[in-house]
Design a protein around this ligand. Sequence first.
Ligand code: GDP
Ligand code: ZN
Length: 300
Amino acid sequence: MIGLVTNVQKGLINVYNENEKVETKCLLRGRLFNQLQKTKTLVVVGDYVDYEKTQGGRGVIKEIKERKTKLVRKGAGPKGRHLEQILASNIDYAILVFAVKDPTYKLNLIDRYIISAKHGGIEPVIVFNKIDLIDPNEIEEDVELYRKNDYKVFLTSTLKDKGIDVIKKLLKGKTSVFTGISGVGKSSLVNSIMNEDIAKIGNISSSLYKGRHTTTSSSVYFLPDGGKIIDIPGLREFGIISSKSELEESFRDIHEIAKGCRFRNCSHISEPDCAVKKAVEEGIISKKRYRNFIKLQRSI
Ligand code: GDP
Ligand code: ZN
């Protein structure tokens, strides 16, 4: 049987069978357990697994299906080594939620989130929420900036019920996670998307997507139209994964222009004949975007 991992806690893995609509607490089969120990991998929420039911209503997992995408959090390991922790798998969209006001978004953070999502092969989707608090024209330039770079951008207001339908359509049949700093309206958004048709499984007793995590367990919410939202503690404000190639990927426009710099390892700050600085002076690259690029470049 194939099931979806909805929760992993203390060695017990909840596996949900979407046809039977039944959740089974599973253990790993010995051989798989040893194999995972060796490669230091874990079963994560979002994994599809091949499992069998055993006596006492439990189950045993025989195999983890190949992961299409991975949501990764970077941390510092022992001796300062980089450690990549997989938080979830098989996610189609990382819905990056920002508020246009209270708290006002920062482009720098948007770019960081984009890099994190793309690192695991996940498509980032940018949502500017609380659009009722400003004149949408005020953020037109930033919206265009990301659209021009082929990102999906949505403007929403949970208060005025604006843009919610478009997001609902997007999430149809897909698996998504919502992330963003606290207070931007993630819970409000998810609750408006699900309205009263909430179908949630997982072992949190409350039926609504919570604003604050009081538990360490994950949940999967099944949307009425066949999409899923995965909610993982610690994920709502996930950190940054970054490498030079990811930076280049996120700033493809700057990377292209940088090919014209005199020095191949130009940092685009003070070198002579820097094509990037020239493009900023000529207004081809906006000052804002350039500053973000430099900031991120420094942080890597
Ligand atoms: P979270 O911490 O990201 O989950 O944010 P919440 O959903 O808890 O929302 C934080 C605050 O912003 C709450 O007081 C909400 O009522 C408010 N809020 C959420 N969405 C909107 C919106 O579209 N417009 C306005 N004006 N306020 C909103
Ligand atoms: Zn340069």
